[in-house]
Design a protein around this ligand. Structure first.
Ligand code: NAP
Length: 488
């Protein structure tokens, strides 16, 4: 099979930090179809040779394990081409059309790794140049809009040029090996599904914590904030993966129908819930990994009076028979105590205790997404201590955990999120991509929160960089008698 992958924004941060390394890994693993071209597009005046040199130099900043040897890069570079184009100039699309006509590839992927403000123009111009053929697939990066109305406008434009099955809205969290394995664990094994419900599960916690600040993206972030950047998309997609019913088969629409039902079942916001169940924060100066760091308002590109949230913690419920009454907590933020993304499923304690067990210890399934991928199952086991065994009137249990570390288990064969998703686009598999109605439903659900914040005088609560966010986030979960997993 031959393919042309057109990378709009082919010189940008996303292209060289994530997409090129992922494409190279696919090439190294032998999974990239052989007859392919990767065509970088940007306004810079580069030819193929200069583009290859640019990408070669950028690889020096990539993790060592993902860096090609000189010989590997020479072979990979043969795939790389460059077309100089300004997406706002209709005439430039003819240049791309001429490049694509050179060989009429079986599949043409258009990856929009550019500012979202260019999405609509780019799609309209692709259609005007006749580049929206049945073999065309388009990949849209987040953020897809700023609110429900802008999201709908983009989706309508894209759908006027291409059918839904040609549109790949990327949420790279869905490509993470641990999320794949969450689906496998739930729907490929009989063990957990009977337990996966309100009778056995006390609460679920989704944490996506970053220790980094906004780096060079201050201006972008200040217009976005944690709710739009992380909750509306990644965190809600993870919540869907945990909360969805088993799909009738593994086809994309069967999976997406079930995710959509979860989003539609999220408990509607009330004024009381907006006041008590959503905490927003903004980091102030502090210490991260032993280094003093600026507060958010002192970051380059950020308004010194900014009220943009860099932290959100919230509580919600899925109002259906399986989950009624089970709290789902979402927490995400920048400049937190660690880089740590995980989902924690806390099971209910045993109904009748015949052993001593340390207070707060319950069965817990942890799905680690970052910095390492894996699953941990926390159990209670008989303490292997002879003195205690003979003297104690009641036997004590001790926490142990079964640990499946994907890196150790699968090593360099592990397929990273972007690698997996790029290969899925080339192969036309939509399972791990988000449908427009899911996206719209997620925007519909976060909009009351945005509106509430707009009308609220008090801005975000300050928290010191290097902490776990405002103490109100701990107070919120404590109200239910629970605690964040690192606090218990
Ligand atoms: P970036 O570093 O600013 O790169 C933008 C790219 O678009 C550059 O190659 C730029 O090259 C090109 N470009 C800009 N205007 C153009 C025009 N009129 N015509 C043709 N090319 C144009 O941005 P980025 O960080 O890579 O982000 C790209 C997209 O991915 C954004 O939607 C962003 O929200 C999303 N995203 C980024 C990340 C990330 O980690 N960076 C993560 C998730 C999502 P020239 O200026 O030379 O034309």
């Amino acid at each position: 099979m031959s393919f042309d992958l057109v990378l709009f924004g082919g010189t940008g941060d996303l292209a060289w930090r994530k997409l090129m390394p992922a494409l190279f890994q696919a090439f190294r693993h032998g999974s990239l179809p052989e007859h392919g071209r990767i065509i970088g597009v940007a306004r810079d005046d580069l030819g193929d040779a200069a583009y290859r040199e640019l990408i070669r130099s950028r690889f020096n900043e990539v993790d060592l394990a993902k860096r090609p040897t000189p010989a590997e890069f020479d072979r990979f570079a043969a795939l790389l081409h460059f077309v100089r184009m300004d997406l706002s100039r209709p005439q430039d699309f003819q240049r791309l059309a001429a490049t694509l006509r050179e060989r009429h590839a079986d599949t043409v992927v258009m990856y929009l790794a550019t500012a979202p403000s260019l999405f609509t123009t780019a799609v309209q111009q692709l259609a005007a140049a006749g580049l929206n053929r049945p073999n065309t697939r388009i990949v849209l990066e987040k953020p897809l809009g700023h609110d429900l109305a802008s999201n709908r406008a983009i989706n309508e434009t894209v759908r006027s040029a291409l059918s839904e099955k040609q549109i790949f809205r990327i949420d790279h969290y869905l490509g993470k090996p641990a999320v794949q394995n969450l689906f496998a664990l739930r729907f490929g094994n009989a063990l957990f599904e009977p337990l996966w419900r309100r009778e056995n599960i006390a609460n679920i916690q989704i944490t996506i914590a970053e220790d980094l600040g906004v780096a060079k993206r201050g201006a972008f972030y200040d217009n976005t904030g944690a709710l739009r950047d992380m909750v509306q998309n990644h965190a809600l997609q993870l919540l869907c993966a945990i909360g969805m019913e088993p799909p009738i088969n593994a086809h994309a629409d069967a999976i997406r129908d079930e995710k959509l039902k979860v989003l539609r079942s999220l408990k509607p916001w009330t004024t009381q819930a907006l006041d008590g169940d959503v905490i927003r924060g903004q980091y102030t100066a502090g210490t991260v990994a032993g280094e003093s760091v600026h507060g958010y308002r002192d970051e380059p590109g950020v308004n010194p009076q900014s009220s943009t949230e860099t932290f959100v913690a919230l509580r919600t419920e899925i109002a259906n028979w399986r989950w009624a009454g089970v709290p789902f907590y979402i927490r995400t933020g920048k400049r937190l105590a660690g880089r740590d993304a995980r989902i924690v499923v806390n099971f209910r304690p045993a109904p009748h205790a015949i052993f001593h067990s340390p207070s707060g210890s319950v069965n817990r399934l942890v799905i680690n997404l970052q910095p390492r991928d894996g699953l941990e199952l926390h159990l209670l086991a008989q303490a292997q201590d002879n003195r205690q065994r003979t003297r104690a009137p009641v036997q004590s249990l001790t926490p142990v955990h079964l640990d499946l570390d994907f890196e150790k288990r699968f090593g360099s064969e592990r397929v990273g999120a972007y690698e997996r998703l790029l290969l899925d686009v080339i192969d036309g598999r939509l399972n791990l991509f988000v449908r427009s109605d899911e996206q719209e439903e997620a925007w519909r659900w976060v909009e009351p929160v945005m509106e509430h914040w707009r009308n609220q005088g008090a801005g975000p609560r300050p928290y010191a960089a290097g902490s776990w966010g405002p103490s109100a986030a701990s107070a919120m979960i404590a109200r239910d008698g629970h605690c964040w997993s690192e606090e218990c």
